[in-house]
Design a protein around this ligand. Sequence first.
Ligand code: C5P
Length: 311
Amino acid sequence: MTTSGSPRMTHARAPGKLNVFLKVGALLDDGYHDLATAYQAVSLYEDVRAYPADDFSVAFGGSIDTSGLATDGSNLAIKAARLLARVADFRGGVRLEIDKNVPIAGGMGGGSADAAATLVACDALWGTELGREELLSLASQLGADVPFAFTGGTAIGTGRGDQLSPALAKGQFHWVLALADFGMSTPGVYSELDRHRERHAQDIFPAEVQPHVDMAVLQALRAGDPVMLASVLHNDLQAPALHLEPGLSSIIELGEENGALAGMISGSGPTVAFLAADLDSALELQVALSAARLKVLRATGPVHGARLIAD
Ligand code: C5P
């Protein structure tokens, strides 16, 4: 395949995510854990623009400080582009420009969204036409959350979190996100959970038992009922994240005192996600948390997965 006739630029957008329910099962031989999670894609987006180039490069911009991000081959977007090029036998490269709006290392899958949008943008730029199923299988080779950034909406994830089945969801949920001024390492938080389980042998998740998403979570999503969903939000990574960063507890309390239906650590943290009853309470909560000098964003979900944007 050559670059002749390819577009001058393609633009794809993929969303960040929240895990409204996350149960962590046994530690597997490959270092990953068995999971059962309910994902919701939310309206914070990563925008990837892909330009023809001879080699592979990435540059970042957008609403957040991206100065600490790697731009070499260790970056997940570059890995995504290289993987697609290899599989599609494409001989050129790509220059990626990514506008980031999902908090970095915040537990909301921003890097995964970069990778998903990169697959979509490069597929269109290079005319590889691999098709949805094959792109999805490449997504799962890139990371546990990448397939969900690709599909979006609301979905149940099992296995490493990459085996997806769509979940019915009605209406729109209103989220308020309190951002930390530090990042947390996902492997670090999982290791803390393992250490905790070793210390308290009774908590060890039996390898033969598969974790599952509670029926009540599926019912709340299907009903589009925030009060119901707030009562069943759950994250097994919350306790280890709070153990590593105890200061996050007071942020959860502050939100719950200011009208949030419930607050929880998002994924492996440190972003704290609050579920609000409606837009008005989300706005009030945003004001209250901002007054406490927190950096706050608002988002709604569910939203679409990775897709091309016509500029
Ligand atoms: O796949 P991803 O790169 O997002 O995963 C980052 C790390 O999170 C993994 O290396 C692993 O330590 C941990 N993880 C896990 N079990 C999962 C997903 C992630 O232990 N199901």
